[in-house]
Design a protein. Structure first.
Length: 181
């Protein structure tokens, strides 16, 4: 398969119109993720099999422990099609970043919290209540935990209840579970 045929084949295999690739997202629920993975692998394999394609590469490598866990559900299907259709380059790396999101671990979040609290990571108690987060930058105000939540939202951590008051009495460990699961 030629890389130029990717958009048409990708749309056809996923059962969407080629023009709607931009508007369709992985999270829309219209596409079964396991089937999507199979289609992606199949097209990728066919591209790799055509020696006339310019510098093709496998964008979701099996060298990673869990390559598909990095899928970004908010990425458009067109981004995934582009990822298959362009040669490996800086552009592919940019599109790969749109199609994926890094895995976040509790250790990462604990380190982030420690930095914001201006404490050593060993001093962080994951069993403290979220409302007990008091930020030095906010003069340890009792509502500064909301600032911490909002900071986390700006860098992409979501998955908690809309009403932040529902978070106040859970533990930091439980909050981090929302963001890492």
């Amino acid at each position: 398969m030629n890389q130029k045929d990717v958009y048409k084949v990708f749309a056809q295999k996923l059962g969407v119109k080629q023009m709607s690739l931009q508007d369709s997202k992985l999270s829309d629920g219209k596409i079964f993720i396991e089937y999507f993975k199979q289609v992606f692998r199949l097209i990728n394999k066919e591209i790799l099999g055509n020696r006339h394609n310019h510098n093709p590469t496998e964008e979701f490598s099996n060298k990673s422990v869990s390559p598909w866990s990095y899928l970004n559900p908010d990425a458009s299907l067109l981004d995934f099609a582009r990822l298959l259709a362009i040669p490996a380059s800086r552009s592919a790396a940019n599109i790969r970043a749109q199609c994926t999101k890094p895995r976040v671990t509790k250790d990462f979040l604990k380190c982030f919290l420690a930095t914001q609290l201006e404490k050593d990571i060993k001093e962080i108690d994951l069993n403290m209540k979220v409302r007990e987060i008091r930020l030095p930058v906010a003069n340890y105000n009792k509502h500064s935990w909301v600032t911490f939540i909002r900071w986390c939202e700006t860098i992409g951590f979501k998955g908690h209840p809309e009403n932040l008051d529902d978070l106040a009495d859970i533990t930091v460990d439980e909050l981090f579970d929302f963001w890492t699961s």
